[in-house]
Design a protein around this ligand. Sequence first.
Ligand SMILES: [Mn+2]
Length: 278
Amino acid sequence: MTTYFIGDIHGYYNEFISLLKKINFDYENDKLWITGDLIARGPDSIKVLYFLYSIKKSIKLVLGNHDLYLIFLILNPKNNDINDKKILDLLTNKKIIFIVKNWLKYQPLIQYDKKKKILMSHAGIPPQWDNIEIILSAANEAKNIISSKNNIFFLDYINNEKYQINDWKKNTLVGFKRFNYIINGLTKMRYCYLDGTLEMFTKKAPNDINSKTLKPWFWIPNILYKKYTIFFGHWSDLQGGEYTQKNIIGLDTGCCWGNKLTIYSWEKKQFYNIKCII
Ligand SMILES: [Mn+2]
């Protein structure tokens, strides 16, 4: 059995399948961990979701910001005013609606392997969380809100994109603010201020921003960044691992920008990739 990790697929079905063939992925015995952002940008989001649903026993995934947006749109069909043809095709597809309502919306924001000491989320682990129990319970709280009927905080979050909570305030946040912080930390974070509060807008690589006040989240001191191997996606401008510690592995290598889709083998400690055609 091999445990593989793949970065943001973003609707690039052909490349995804080719990469699985390249590593001889064994659907019976291997496991594929997926950093989220399964859809949008690429040409075949529908095929990606059909396929992942059909192999759901072989995968462990976390939701990304684009996946959350799709879940929101499907749960609120009247509320939206979408012009993007690729998104409209998803929203009007009955099988996709079924997959989102019955499977995707129940997926977690964190995956954790206690034995192997692995953590995975879409954006990473926020520096203000230095305790594994807090991470797991916060991720679970947010998951329960997204998947329950009483999901008003989730709807408000997507509807109020500009209203960003960036400070965990030592676990004192409640209600909407608490949900907002958890989702920001696990699905959108890239940079933080030196005290660990999140900065939600800067995307470029560290060498390109020239800032004294901002650091990538994984450069802020946190005991968990030493204790665990952390897989994440979301930040395609990082590329190739030159900024991250060895045990912090960014897998979004920008397939949706004409770069690569990347898979990592835990047992072989090896990367495999395929060039994406856009
Ligand atoms: Mn993302």
